[in-house]
Ligand binder design. Structure first.
Ligand SMILES: Nc1nc2c(c(=O)[nH]1)N[C@H]1C(S)=C(S)[C@@H](COP(=O)(O)O)O[C@H]1N2
Ligand SMILES: [Mo]
Length: 325
């Protein structure tokens, strides 16, 4: 198999050649997955009546190559869209794909308020029109140790935030996922979680040029299991910070209380910067498993700040990264 380097596969090439065009391969993958999970009786691990949503949405026009591209080989599309964490859509890695069609992503708007001069609400289609799409190849590292390399399509979060004119009191930014237990059944099945899923960043982290709002992958609009229609991607932090299906963004003076951090602060820190030296209480973070084709993964050393040390280390100068996990 020919593995091309990211630099050789700028959008024009990624788009026509990528695997999402190969419906048969996706079908096989979905069938294998449904056999694996059938009979487990878990919410959402049912065998789907029809093809799970794996093909993604519309092709995104006018995608320009963006900065900060990782040199690592890309993770195949089918891994990115069939192995997910999205607890609102089910408790295991396959359930989000099977339940994806419950979530309706139109109409959709994103409300922005709090410590800013120009609060407001934007329809998702206007978001797409206002912020030109860039493709950026980022490493992505889940706190559970699996990792991938993803060609996201989106734009810098900072460009979006500036439009709402944050005041000097805006020290943090809080993000919320849609709350709708009919479309997101996990919100009913897990009453102990702090719904809606909430995350937060310090304002300088939010304004950092690496931080993205994402609405596509491999040149197409995100399939729902990946957080459609709009999600956060913060590549130097553990994946749980990269909140999906955002409806509300708020500038705050006080540090927001992210759902995972409230539930288990020793396991899910507010900062949650990827760090091979700080173990999760239940496992080591020294190594990571790169998702590959099918069930196979490759083990490799975890990198400080997930490989983005040069870009972000200065944000944490003077902070003890062990204590401020
Ligand atoms: N709303 C919401 N956002 C979420 C999650 C979730 O369960 N709900 N899971 C998080 C976790 S733990 C990870 S690792 C990433 C996974 O993104 P992916 O499924 O696109 O790989 O989404 C994050 N964002
Ligand atoms: Mo995660």
């Amino acid at each position: 198999m020919l593995i091309k380097k990211p630099a050789d596969i700028w959008p024009s090439e990624i788009t026509p050649q990528s695997v999402w065009e190969d419906r048969r391969r996706l079908l096989k993958m979905a069938t294998a997955a449904s056999l694996m999970w059938a009979g487990r009786g878990l919410a959402g691990s049912r065998v789907p009546e029809r093809l799970p949503e794996v093909e993604g949405g519309r092709k995104i026009e006018g995608v320009a190559p963006g900065p900060f591209n990782a040199k690592d080989p890309l993770t195949p599309y089918e891994n990115i869209v069939t192995y997910n964490n999205f607890i609102e859509l089910g408790p295991d890695k396959r359930a989000p794909m099977y339940n994806a069609d419950r979530l309706k992503t139109r109409p959709w708007s994103v409300k922005v308020d709090g410590e800013c001069e120009a609060p407001g609400s934007l329809d998702i289609e206007d978001v797409f029109k206002l912020f030109p799409p860039q493709e950026r190849i980022y490493r992505f590292r889940c706190v559970e140790t699996w990792a991938m390399v993803v060609p996201w399509v989106g734009f810098p979060l900072g460009d979006f935030l500036k439009r709402f004119k944050p005041t000097s009191k805006a020290k943090y930014v809080a993000f919320e996922t849609l709350y709708d237990p009919n479309m997101l059944p996990g919100q009913r099945k897990m009453p102990y979680f702090f719904w809606p899923y909430t995350e937060g960043l310090r304002i300088d982290e939010a304004m950092h040029p690496l931080t993205m709002l994402v609405y596509g992958v491999y040149g197409r609009e995100l399939p729902n299991q990946c957080g459609a229609p709009l999600r956060l991607v913060v590549p130097w932090k553990y994946g749980f910070k990269s909140i999906k299906s955002i409806v509300h963004i708020r500038f705050t003076e006080q540090r927001p209380k992210p759902s995972w951090n409230r539930l288990q602060p020793d396991e899910y820190g507010f900062y949650a910067n990827v760090n091979p030296e700080v173990d999760h209480p239940r496992w080591s973070q020294k190594y990571e498993r790169m998702l590959g084709s099918g069930l196979f993964t490759r083990k490799r050393p975890t990198r400080m700040f997930n490989g983005y040390e040069k870009q972000v280390a200065s944000l944490y100068k003077g902070m003890d990264l062990r204590k401020n996990y």
